[in-house]
Design a protein around this ligand. Structure first.
Ligand SMILES: Cc1cc2nc3c(=O)[nH]c(=O)nc-3n(C[C@H](O)[C@H](O)[C@H](O)COP(=O)(O)OP(=O)(O)OC[C@H]3O[C@@H](n4cnc5c(N)ncnc54)[C@H](O)[C@@H]3O)c2cc1C
Length: 489
């Protein structure tokens, strides 16, 4: 950092902010990222359908439509570099009546116009042979082979971790409270003191309008649009093999049936305008609507199969498009209105913004050499038995199971803490602790002990997701016993 501060400050550590940080730190510049939550990816980026859209859903006449397909093509390389969960499972957009057929034709034409390969119409027999659990009401479908599923929070952690490795100054628990110009520099007000930067990127998701207002260029309004998602029991794994879409409407792709990267089935989302951008509540009405819509596609789904639910909020502008570009405030760039397919488009958004900054006069020499990729996190449950044995033999922490449902070892939990997990959700999203059938009933207390021990803090200081999300009362204060070091190497 120079006396004038950082070259670039990114406000918001969602997938967009993390992708920006990862792309910018490939260059010889000084970058900081300011995130109000305790960990990156805790906003909308952890609460979505986890689909890398095939590239043919959004119109090429929109910015989101252009960036959707470029982004789709980048995620495979990023996964190779960073090692998060990612699989190209493909998709079927399903017509349930003759009236839906023109929509299928439109999708195929759009794929051709955008150069998305392999998108084609399948007839009813072919659809049911590939996906026998679909409704027999299906008339035809469009198959898209480029669609993928991803663990979106793992992607955020991977991008941010590698960016930090390449020099990013990451500030979490750091809400931006105000912005002012001092000569050629922005002074960013935070509870931890001022942060100085020449360029500011506004990637604050559903709060991007508030941050733009702080910079004096608040000329747009975000309309928060909530989506509820429902996770089904793992015993339904294999119910569908591809992402199943109904035919879309102008404002929503509808309720989907999604085979997640982790092998569970997820159904959702809803699409409801809400007043509060922080409203991530789920509702009985939302569950009813999602289940009814999912059953129209896959009749075998029952409400008894639901084991967890969550909601995320899309940052929607009146234009229904992304708003990316410089503003009347010098050096202040909006990366706003990043609704769906923002996860898909994030790497393409980052490349576009790097070009914009270059055009604005920021010198962007490539870093001397690419930083070597960090070692990949171990996922014990997915290792072959011989590798599990060898690892447990070498390191006894991998002999101790913390989460029985998802078969997560103490070694993985401690590694996640070393990599930056500060909360129970941070552990859950990195290792899957608490994501199984018992939803943390067995492993929560052990995870809390390990976090408390690492932080040298009492159990009452451990939170679920930062802020005031504590789990135990102060009168029970006890220091966690920490990892069992007996026999540790
Ligand atoms: C239900 C649902 C399903 C979706 N499914 C898909 C999908 O399958 N595929 C797809 O491509 N897209 C999908 N999307 C869209 C996608 O999730 C978003 O486009 C994407 O996550 C937006 O990322 P972001 O970084 O812009 O926002 P966020 O992840 O919300 O990040 C913004 C960050 O800014 C921080 N912040 C806000 N204000 C401040 C401040 N003052 N100071 C510091 N930090 C601040 C927040 O804490 C937050 O972490 C879905 C969205 C929803 C809601």
């Amino acid at each position: 950092m120079t006396a004038a501060g950082h070259d670039v400050a990114i406000i918001g550590g969602g997938v967009v902010g993390c992708a920006l940080a990862h792309e910018l730190t490939r260059h010889r510049i000084d970058v900081t990222l300011l995130e109000r939550a305790t960990e990156v990816g805790f906003g909308t980026s952890k609460a979505n359908s986890g689909i890398i859209h095939g590239g043919h859903h959004a119109s090429p006449t929109t910015l989101k439509g252009r960036l959707e397909w470029i982004g789709n093509q980048r995620w495979g390389d990023l996964c190779d570099e960073l090692g998060f969960g990612f699989a190209r499972v493909g998709e079927l957009t399903v017509a349930l009546s003759e009236a839906d057929l023109p929509t299928l034709d439109h999708l195929v034409e759009q794929a051709e116009a955008k150069g998305v390969p392999g998108v084609e119409r399948w007839d009813r027999d072919r659809v049911l042979a590939a996906e026998p659990n679909l409704t027999t009401d299906v008339v035809a479908a469009v198959h898209g082979p480029t669609t993928a599923v991803i663990n979106p929070y793992e992607a955020c952690f991977g991008l941010a971790e590698q960016a930090v490795h390449q020099g990013l100054v990451l500030r979490t628990d750091c809400p931006v409270l105000g912005l002012a110009r001092n000569g050629d520099t922005w002074v960013i007000r935070t509870p931890a003191g001022p942060v100085h930067a020449r360029y500011v990127l506004n990637a604050a998701g559903v709060f991007a309008d508030a941050v733009a207002t702080m910079a004096g260029v608040g000329d747009f309004t975000i309309r928060p649009r909530k989506g509820e998602e429902y996770l089904l029991d793992k015993r339904l794994a294999g119910l569908v093999h591809r992402v199943i879409y109904p035919c879309p409407t102008p404002t929503t792709k509808g309720t989907l049936v999604i085979p997640t990267y982790d092998g569970t089935i997820m159904i959702g989302p809803t699409a409801d305008l809400v007043d509060d951008p922080d409203d991530v509540t789920t509702s009985a009405d939302g569950a009813d609507r999602v289940l009814a819509a999912a059953r129209r596609l896959v009749p075998g789904i029952s409400d008894r199969d639901v084991i967890a639910q969550f909601a995320g909020v899309r940052a929607v502008l009146d234009s229904e498009d992304f708003l990316i570009g410089p503003t009347a405030a010098p050096g202040f760039v909006n990366v706003a209105g990043i609704q769906s397919p923002g996860l898909t488009a994030a790497p393409a958004i980052a490349e576009l913004v790097v070009d914009l900054l270059r055009a604005q006069g920021l010198e962007l020499a490539p870093a001397a050499g690419p930083a070597p990729p960090l070692p990949r996190p171990v996922h014990f449950a997915s290792l072959p038995t011989e590798d599990q044995r060898a690892l447990a033999e070498r390191d006894p922490r991998y002999r101790r199971i913390v989460c029985r449902c998802e078969f997560v070892t103490e070694g993985e939990v401690l590694d996640a803490i070393d990599r930056g997990a500060r909360t129970l959700d941070g552990l859950k999203f990195r290792t899957r602790t608490g994501m199984g059938r018992c939803q943390g009933g067995f492993c929560t207390s052990r995870c809390m002990e390990l976090l408390a021990h690492d932080q040298g803090a009492p159990l009452s200081a451990v939170t679920k997701r930062g802020g005031g999300s504590w789990l135990v009362l102060e009168r029970d204060e006890v220091q966690g016993p920490g990892p069992d070091t007996g026999g540790a190497p």
